[in-house]
Structures are given as C-alpha cells and as structure tokens.
Design a protein around this ligand. Structure first.
Ligand code: PMV
Length: 331
C-alpha cells in the first residue's frame, strides 16, 4: 500500500436523513429517507492513511483505542475488500485532523468518513468512481456519502434490497448559488443518544415516524426544484419543515429525547423574529444543540451580528458552498 492524503468537507442536510431501512442488511446502512445537502467550505477533515506496523488511529494528535478507532479500522477492511485486494489488509496508520471551528460537538462524521474513504481508496490503489466511493462512505456514516461531492448533493433512498439504487449525486455545483450557512454554536453537553440509536428509537416508538418517512420524497423533489430556481423563500420553508418534522419525530418517541438546549430554542426564535421583520434566513438543526441559518451572502454578516450577541451563543461562523472531496498519493 501507499501513503495517501485526502480532504473532505462537511455538509448540512437541507432535507434530512433520519431512520434506517430495515428491509436490507444493516451493514449497508441504507437510509429510510433520501436527503439533500449543501457541502460547506469552512468545515473539513484532512486524513492521511499509510502503512504501519500495527493499526493506529490518531485524531487531532490524540491516539484513540475506542469505538471510534474500531469503526475506522472496520472501514479500512471494507475499503480493502472494495479495492479487490487479496489476503489480509495491511496494518495502517490513520491520521485525521478536523478543521472545525472548535471541538464543540459539530458533526465531523460526514467529513471524517468521506476523507477516510478517499484516502484509503488512494492508499490501496482502488480504482473506484465517485458513486461507488459515496456508497462506501455511507456504510461508515450515512451523511458521509454526501460529502464525497461539493456543492448541492442529493442522496436517493432507493428501494432495492442490495442498496445499489441508494446513490449520492451532485445536483448543482458550488457556484450555482451564492448562499451562506451561518453556524451558531451553543454550549454542547453530552449527547443524550447517538444518531443510530436515536433513529432506531424513533422508528420503533414514535407515532410520527411513518409520516416523517412518507413525507420525505415530496420535500426532496420540491427542494430540488426551489434550489434549481434559486428560490430561497420556497427552499427555506421546506428546509425548516423537514428539520422540525424530524425533531418532532424524536420528541414523540418513548422515552422522548431532544438534542436541543435552551439556547437552541432562543436562537431559533430570534431567527423567526428577524425573518418576520424582513431578514431572509431559515433554521436547520441536526442531532446536536447548534443552530444553522440558511441565508443569502448579502445578509450573512447581519445574522452573525444579531445571533452572536444572544446569551448562551459561544461562536458563530459563516460557511459558503464547498468543493468535492479529493485525494492524492504522497508516498
Ligand atoms: O450520518 P449520521 O449517522 O451522523 O446521521 C445524520 C443525521 C442528521 O445529521 C440528523 C441528518 C442528516 O441528514 O445529516
């Protein structure tokens, strides 16, 4: 094997993925809903994969011997098989650096697994197209499939039991539309529940789960059309509806759970109040307490000023549409 370096940018789902298909092998990690995302320029992961005497996973300079490391090594095994290489996978040293504003619990699994997929493919000499790389990244983390591409990306749910029609594709390039995502960080406590377990609890106990899954295709098609037309009010309304249907589904689970804190709610209300006063901006929230605001390039600075001074907000950062993931062999 060679030594390869890859970069992959994080992404935000404008139409969310929440829930896994149970009619297919769990290993494929197939989503119950398709999703549509924006790849982000300012949040990214850099990963180097190279030969070593023993498997080792280093994240931001700290060696991990935990579940995170086991998932990384399992992904290397998957990439080795996908490369069509015979015999046992060689031991590897994986060094990842997260270029995220702080270690405040912003999702890094999307950029992390996308960068690992790209770096491992290059290090193992695998000749795989981006569609296949995205499918492999998805098996590490569902949202990672979307980070293989830059710009605006759609991940189709598909129906086939082998998952071959669950495909991530670039809808429109980063320069299609000069939108911004303002990331408002609130204090991150410990997550009440990981995303896989949260999805499973929603599926098995929330009376809203079926409605959530059933409504996703329509949201996706409408969002895709609004995106093509650069129609922010229409897209923004779909973005908020998708987000809050997902969070309502979590709240209606038994026992209930939420990733929000008090500041999450205050920021959300502030965005709605400013929008009522004429400022364009729409809320989305993932499996964490931070609030992200989709807006135009013209209003981003105003949002940063207004939301940055709210009590409980620890940092605010603006992201523009970001590039494709990339890899190169360096030794
Ligand atoms: O890829 P995962 O397992 O971290 O799940 C991502 C789920 C959400 O971030 C809440 C939504 C999404 O589509 O990214």
């Amino acid at each position: 094997m060679k030594t390869a370096r890859a970069t992959a940018h994080s992404n935000i789902a404008l139409c969310k993925y929440w829930g896994k298909r149970v009619d297919a092998p769990a290993e494929l990690n197939l989503p119950a809903t398709g999703s549509l995302s924006l790849t982000l320029d300012a949040l990214w992961t850099e990963t180097v994969v190279g030969p070593a005497g023993a498997d080792r996973f280093e994240l931001d300079g700290v060696t991990h011997v935990d579940d995170a490391a086991r998932k990384v090594f399992a992904h290397l095994d998957r990439m080795w098989r996908a490369a069509g290489r015979d015999g046992a996978r060689p031991h590897a040293h994986v060094r990842s650096t997260n270029h995220l504003p702080t270690a405040a619990g912003l999702a890094s699994s999307a950029s992390g697994f996308a960068a690992l997929t790209m770096a491992a493919a290059a290090a193992f000499g695998a000749e795989l197209d981006r569609t296949r790389l995205a499918a492999l990244a998805r098996m590490g983390s569902g949202s990672a499939a979307r980070s293989i591409w830059g710009g605006f990306v759609r991940l189709d749910r598909g129906n086939r039991p082998d998952g071959e029609d669950c495909v991530a594709r670039a809808l429109l390039p980063a320069d299609h539309w000069d939108v911004r995502l303002v990331v408002v960080q609130t204090t991150a406590g410990k997550k009440p529940i990981g995303s896989t377990a949260g999805m499973e609890r929603s599926r098995t106990t929330s009376p809203y789960y079926d409605a959530w899954v059933d409504g996703a295709p329509q949201d996706l098609d409408r969002a895709e059309a609004a995106l093509a037309a650069r129609d922010l009010p229409t897209l923004g309304a779909i973005v908020e509806h998708s987000c809050f249907k997902m969070h309502a589904c979590m709240l209606a689970s038994s026992p209930p759970f939420t990733y929000w804190n008090g500041t999450t709610v205050e920021v959300m209300r502030a965005v709605w109040a400013s929008r009522a006063a004429g400022l364009d901006g729409f809320v989305t929230i993932d499996a964490g307490p931070h609030v992200k605001v989709l807006c135009t390039a013209q209003t981003a600075a105003t949002w940063v000023q207004q939301l940055g001074v709210l009590p409980g907000v620890v940092a605010v950062q603006t992201c523009a549409p970001g590039p494709d993931a990339a890899a190169e062999v360096i030794a």
